[in-house]
Design a protein around this ligand. Sequence first.
Ligand code: F0G
Length: 459
Amino acid sequence: MKKIKQSWAEPYKIKMVELLKMTTADQRKKAMKDAGYNTFLLRSEDVYIDLLTDSGTSAMSDRQWAGMMLGDEAYAGSSNFYQLEEVVREVYGYKYLVPTHQGRGAENILSKILIKKGDIVPGNMYFTTTRLHQELAGGKFEDVIIDEAHDPENEFPFKGNIDLDKLKRLIKKHGAKKIPYVSMATSVNMAGGQPISMKNLKELRALTKKHGIKVIHDMTRVAENAYFIQQKEKGYEGRSIRSIVKEICSYTDGATMSAKKDALVNIGGFLAVNDWDVFEEARNMVVVYEGLHTYGGLAGRDMEAMAIGIRESVSDEHIKARIGQVIYLGEKMIEYDVPIVRPIGGHGIFVDAKKFLPHIPQDHFPAQTLAAEMYLDSGVRTMERGVVSAGRKTNGENYYPKLELVRFTIPRRVYTQAHMDVIAESAARVYERRNKIKGLKMVYEPKYLRFFQARFEKL
Ligand code: F0G
């Protein structure tokens, strides 16, 4: 008899469905051209399976929807705020909470408070909005992630780790006073959703403590990071996701959160800190940029849905199925020889466009090209994470990132295993005709975060 597999399954059943629209090849050709070969500029009604992002695209639970009806839409002192504050303390352990409309709202406030002109902000790989806010506040981002993170084929299990020697060298060169904090992300997005280990975090805490440097945690996908620690790090095998998440947060001084990912809501975020002085300034500043300190740009109902989502997000069954689905898709891609970033990360599959389209130089945007080709093949919408996303330095020169990737991001609790099959088969079809694919040229470039609105033409 065949060996019996131990499959995972979704820890929920489906109560309502949203119908998808199918398109023809001709319709997609026109839609892609009209969108300037930028998947961000497609209309969602022209998309079949939407893997643009896992941000704000999750399905809320019946409990979260019920929570929406408990919205206390008072301008000040909404009971949903106090509920959210309690959940943030309980699940993450941070003392003080400032809600914001989404992650970048928190990044803006935090960067303005902590960064002075000329400061250095080391981090484990950049994220687009995070780095831009650091730069706009007068800081300079320095990448201190381990070298393995820049190599799509390196199988090291914790490619989100910080290279402490690189950090020590920066401290030595600039002095600790020039470094307000280390920008530490769990589940490093741009590296392919790669986790940081608890061991590395503990060492980071010890080093920064010695020099009086803060650690600010981009905790957007902290629960997904916790899963990899549970599965791969010695000493954490039997530990719950909840307890691992709380331990991670305990080695940091504060956090910015885009609740649109891990926390299973369509909109929302927050800044959470342990330091009263930083909190006081953030509470002052939030009223300028977001809204009163007890709503920060959110409706009461959004805060309620977030509070419930945070609790659901740290359930072991939820995370196991969530990442199980991502791994299922990745393994299908590997079966078809599609080159993907290894190990498979938390929130999506990252296809290595340099390896997929080796004949297209980086100046002709291989990842942008591949994302367009995926849409043309099947109506699956993916996203460029390469030279277009990396943008330009403050002196105007292009960044040329080593990683030139197409992200197949999986929304949480939205698609089924059959959808994963369709996606992998489409990627395999595009791979089969890869030699015929030509690159793109950029014909319009916006000033900030160009990947969102840039336009291209076929070469
Ligand atoms: N930090 C990380 C690691 C993120 O992935 C994002 C958003 C943010 C901060 C900013 O949060 O969008 O709520 O303002 N990432 C989305 C993505 C956009 O598609 O990866 P936001």
